[in-house]
Design a protein around this ligand. Structure first.
Ligand SMILES: [Fe+2]
Ligand SMILES: [Fe+2]
Length: 337
């Protein structure tokens, strides 16, 4: 084969991938020249899967870059400040335009208006499950033993205490929900809504964490502590739930009782001026549908009500199983959080 023929052959072989592997121009032109409507990966791909994936990642980059502008537009004809068309979609799906009740744009991607709620603050914050049976006593004293080192470590640094404990509190719901989900698949059976209830709890706890993050940022050693604690706690709780779900739920019930107590301490210090009663962060106002002039005290009040609900849900789940029943026999308390 002559040299010229060899070069032509190599060009022919490389051509299908050349545009995407060696140049970003085509992709960027595709992204920026379309009017953000109905863009789809395959539509622009003539050369196979490499192109689809590469184009996809570029679209993702563009989406991220444009996101702040699009939050206020959210429609197919979005334009930037210079009047140029911008990408408002991923995989060709334009994000829905979501507004608050007053018509202002919805600014949160991590939760939507239909996931917000008003906390039931009339819930009994002093309720306590008497530990009579051996298992209950074991669960209670496990929690009491874990409680003292954390109180010693944090003392009256409530914000820091709350933030770090929320990183732990969001684990049991996810582990329990995941294991019930797998059990449902294995046994071909319904679970009475308990998967959803536990995942709701996990998400609600994570929103507590996101709220505190607006008020305080963790330091490097706190991040390291969370990293270590999560590694231990996730595995310990997973094993506990596999061995005895009723014990696992009882432990969480008592943990939530302690969460209620520590938020009550937080509220007392807010009332006495020991902790500054800052304005409530915007994320909390939207998530709990609080009045615009709400304060940190209002936020802690609704979070405490959430914890009281988690306490009741987990003691209820444990009671069901302690009485010889399965969770699926009793409908889960859904929709409150
Ligand atoms: Fe929480
Ligand atoms: Fe909780």
């Amino acid at each position: 084969m002559s040299r010229r023929a060899a070069m032509q052959m190599s060009r022919f072989l490389v051509r299908p991938t050349r545009q995407r592997l060696f140049s970003t121009n085509i992709s960027k032109i595709v992204v920026s020249s379309n009017n953000a409507s109905n863009i789809s990966g395959p539509r622009f791909t003539n050369s196979g899967i490499l192109e689809v994936r590469y184009w996809s990642s570029i679209a993702g980059e563009e989406k991220q870059m444009q996101a702040p502008k699009l939050e206020n537009s959210g429609n197919e004809n979005a334009t930037d400040q210079g009047g140029n068309a911008v990408v408002s979609s991923y995989w060709g799906v334009a994000p829905p335009k979501i507004s608050k009740e007053d018509g202002s744009p919805w600014r949160w991607n991590c939760f939507r208006p239909w996931e917000t709620y008003k906390a039931d603050t009339s819930i009994d914050v002093k309720k306590h499950h008497e530990a009579n049976a051996f298992m209950d006593k074991f669960a209670y004293w496990t929690v009491q033993t874990l409680k003292y080192p954390t109180y010693l470590f944090f003392q009256r640094r409530h914000m820091c205490h709350a933030m770090l404990l929320e990183t732990v509190a969001a684990v049991p719901g996810m582990v329990g929900g995941m294991l019930l989900h797998l059990k449902s698949l294995r046994r071909f059976e319904h679970t009475g809504g308990w998967i959803k209830a536990l995942l709701e709890e996990a998400e609600n706890e994570r929103m507590h964490l996101m709220t505190f993050l607006e008020l305080s940022q963790p330091k490097w050693y706190e991040r390291a502590l969370v990293f270590a604690v999560q590694g231990v706690f996730f595995n310990a709780y997973f094993i506990a739930y596999v061995i005895s779900p009723k014990l696992a739920h009882r432990i969480v019930g008592y943990l939530e009782e302690e969460a209620v107590n520590s938020y009550t301490e937080f509220l007392i210090d807010l009332e006495n001026g020991v902790v500054e009663n800052k304005p409530a962060p915007a994320i909390a106002i939207d998530y709990w549908r609080l009045p615009p002039d709400s304060t940190l005290k209002d936020v802690v009040t609704v979070i405490r009500a959430d914890e009281a609900h988690h306490r009741d849900l987990n003691h209820f789940a444990s009671d069901i199983q302690c009485q010889g029943h399965e969770l699926k026999e009793y409908p889960a308390p859904l929709g409150y959080h």
